[in-house]
Design a binder for this molecule. Structure first.
Ligand code: BG6
Ligand code: MG
Length: 214
């Protein structure tokens, strides 16, 4: 029986991937190259540091650790500037309604995100109070597919992993849920997220009935 839901943020509750993409693209362009929207898929669910490593690799550019830190900080400043203008209208269809339905049914709710900016995003779109626990990039040291972020979420909610469901749009996130011994629902394409227990195109397709079949 399911007692808790753990939600990824970017791509599940809000579509911030477009802002990450714009900011990384601007950085790559400043360094003299570009990368495609298709390549950008590889950055989803991946930490800031690792994203930069991949991008520099695509551009064939070598940078010292100190330079990388500077570049990541620069990208983040652009990103923060964009997300600081977010409004509740940017919550993905059905996301808020489904989380509220879970709460009303007595389920515990946590956020499990790689982002260090999750607090600001939740505030901007006005849903901070829907979460019993927020575990994000500031609280974990191991990136998905390591299950750390979701295990910390389950622990904070005081629910055993086997009674938790993870909602994720990234393959690394589905793997993290599996590695943590949790159920998972993929948000996106079955071609990519086939390992999940259920794949839907968005939380507008989710219901408590479907949750109970997991
Ligand atoms: C994840 C995103 O949720 O957070 C990644 O899918 C992003 O694209 C990562 O790189 C880290 O985010 P931030 O906000 O800490 O740079
Ligand atoms: Mg995501």
């Amino acid at each position: 029986i399911i007692k808790a839901c753990i939600f990824d943020l970017d791509g599940v509750i809000v579509d911030t991937a477009v802002y990450h993409y714009k900011a990384w693209k601007r950085l790559a362009n400043e360094l003299g190259f570009d990368f495609s929207e298709e390549a950008n898929e590889k950055l989803k669910g991946v930490s800031r540091v690792r994203s930069l490593e991949l991008i520099l690799q695509w551009g064939g550019i070598a940078k010292t650790k100190a330079e990388q830190e500077e570049l990541a900080t620069k990208k983040n400043a652009w990103y923060v500037d964009m997300i600081s203008h977010m409004t509740p209208a940017e919550i993905l269809p059905g996301a808020k309604e489904f989380v509220e339905a879970c709460r009303e049914a007595g389920l515990k709710i946590a956020l499990g995100s790689a982002s260090k900016n999750s607090g600001m995003i939740l505030e901007k779109v006005g849903i901070t109070n829907l979460f019993d626990a927020v575990i994000d990039g500031n609280k974990v040291s191991k990136a998905k597919p390591d299950p750390e972020v979701f295990l910390k979420g389950a622990e904070a909610l005081n629910v055993p992993p086997a009674e938790c469901v993870v909602f994720e749009d990234a393959i690394a996130g589905i793997e993290a849920a599996i590695n943590g011994g949790m159920k998972s629902v993929g948000i996106g394409s079955p071609d990519v997220l086939g390992k999940a227990d259920l794949v839907i195109s968005g939380l507008n397709e989710m219901s408590l009935e479907k949750l109970n079949t997991l």
